[in-house]
Design a binder for this molecule. Structure first.
Ligand SMILES: CC(C)(COP(=O)(O)OP(=O)(O)OC[C@H]1O[C@@H](n2cnc3c(N)ncnc32)[C@H](O)[C@@H]1OP(=O)(O)O)[C@@H](O)C(=O)NCCC(=O)NCCS
Length: 186
């Protein structure tokens, strides 16, 4: 079965309910160190994040993942340093959209957007130790495990280790050519 088309759309206040539903997915709740956040705080995060990587003042970005006319997830980037050329990314799909290749498409689109920033060199992310899907996705797109943060977070009351994964620009470019993927603009 082929993967349906995926688009990243700028995150807006109107996406709050969809984001809340995505965060409430049992897999995300079981595997992600999500802090309880009031609606107002999430709304602020939606409205304050940029979706324009060429905005030189922006350091935090968010898009929603749209598939077949529905919002099925979100991808984000935070703490961008244009000086050091690094940014941390995150991604989350709705429960009914897992395991269909949508994460691969969405993260590829996100990385294409971010590597359009000329100075960007290192993209990194963390996964909790039991999150095999996220580790598999990171590995599939060329990330390497760079470290382990011991006892770094709490998920549903349980303290967990977090793996650190990183991807360098030359690795991304080499992987792209190897997979013969066309650049994504939108
Ligand atoms: C992590 C996540 C974005 C991956 O997206 P996805 O659409 O489910 O993954 P894909 O179908 O694109 O699969 C990508 C790779 O991940 C791995 N993978 C996916 N689901 C997996 C699972 N349940 N168990 C083990 N590996 C899995 C595979 O290596 C797969 O590659 P392959 O199909 O070529 O073998 C998604 O599962 C998700 O949103 N999970 C809940 C939130 C979350 O964990 N976010 C990440 C926080 S660090």
């Amino acid at each position: 079965m082929s993967t349906p088309d995926v688009r990243l759309v700028p995150a807006l206040a109107e996406h709050l309910e969809a984001w809340l539903a995505i965060r409430a997915g049992p897999t995300s709740r079981r595997l992600l160190p999500l802090e309880e956040a009031p609606r107002e705080a999430l709304l602020r995060r939606l409205t304050e994040a940029s979706s324009d990587v060429m905005d030189l003042r922006a350091t935090s970005f968010r898009w929603m993942v749209e598939c077949e006319g529905r919002i099925v997830g979100t991808v984000s980037a935070r703490d961008l340093s244009r000086y050091h050329g690094r940014v941390e990314v995150g991604y989350m799909l709705a429960e009914d959209s897992l395991g269909r290749g949508l994460g691969t498409r969405a993260l590829t689109l996100l990385l294409d957007k971010l590597f359009a920033i000329p100075s960007l060199y290192h993209v990194w992310l963390t996964t909790t130790e039991p999150n095999r899907a996220s580790q598999g996705l990171a590995r599939k797109l060329g990330f390497r495990q760079e470290g382990l943060l011991r006892g770094h977070c709490i998920v549903q009351g349980e303290r967990m280790d977090q793996q650190v994964w990183g991807l360098l620009r030359p690795e991304w470019e080499a992987g792209r050519s190897a997979r013969n993927l066309k650049p994504f603009g939108g």
